[in-house]
Design a protein around this ligand. Structure first.
Ligand code: ZN
Ligand code: ZN
Ligand code: ZN
Length: 151
């Protein structure tokens, strides 16, 4: 379930306040950029969408938003960080990561797979006494553009 932009800003504001932080114009601009994208964004892509923002300010504000649980940072195979909204704000999903160019797509897994993972988590809990809170599953490989460039 995707939160509306208004709800998103309200939640971001609440979580920052909980951390003793203010929801500044730059932080709001970053959330607008992430909320308007259907895939995680790299720093250059974020700066493109947040006019006039200095990179140092973007890094600092993203760290604060990450700390507050509003933003999630993904580290992909090319070691370039990409940013998206925290999963509880956007809905559970998985990633397809290109190990050649580092591009990342958000994808939903089929229900059978989600059921399988939940059953697996329950068996891990039973066997190891480990309480599973959530899971991550990323598919890593070569994107269509990189595959085409190789031929
Ligand atoms: Zn690629
Ligand atoms: Zn994602
Ligand atoms: Zn899943």
């Amino acid at each position: 379930m995707k939160a509306s932009l208004i709800e998103l800003h309200r939640t971001a504001d609440e979580r920052l306040q909980r951390d003793g932080q203010r929801y500044t114009a730059n932080r709001r601009a970053l959330i607008d950029a992430l909320g308007g994208s259907d895939r995680p964004l790299s720093m250059p892509e974020l700066l493109e969408r947040s006019e006039g923002m200095a990179q140092s300010s973007a890094y600092r504000n993203l760290a604060i938003l990450e700390e507050a649980g509003v933003v999630h940072r993904l580290v992909t195979s090319d070691d370039t960080a990409r940013y998206e909204l925290a999963e509880d704000l956007t809905g559970h999903h998985h990633h397809v990561i290109c190990e050649s160019c580092g591009s990342v797509l958000d994808i939903d897994a089929p229900p059978e797979l989600e059921h399988g993972v939940h059953a697996f988590a329950e068996s891990v809990a039973a066997t190891h006494g480990f309480a599973v809170s959530h899971h991550r599953l990323d598919l890593v490989g070569t994107c269509a553009a990189c595959a085409a460039a190789r031929t």
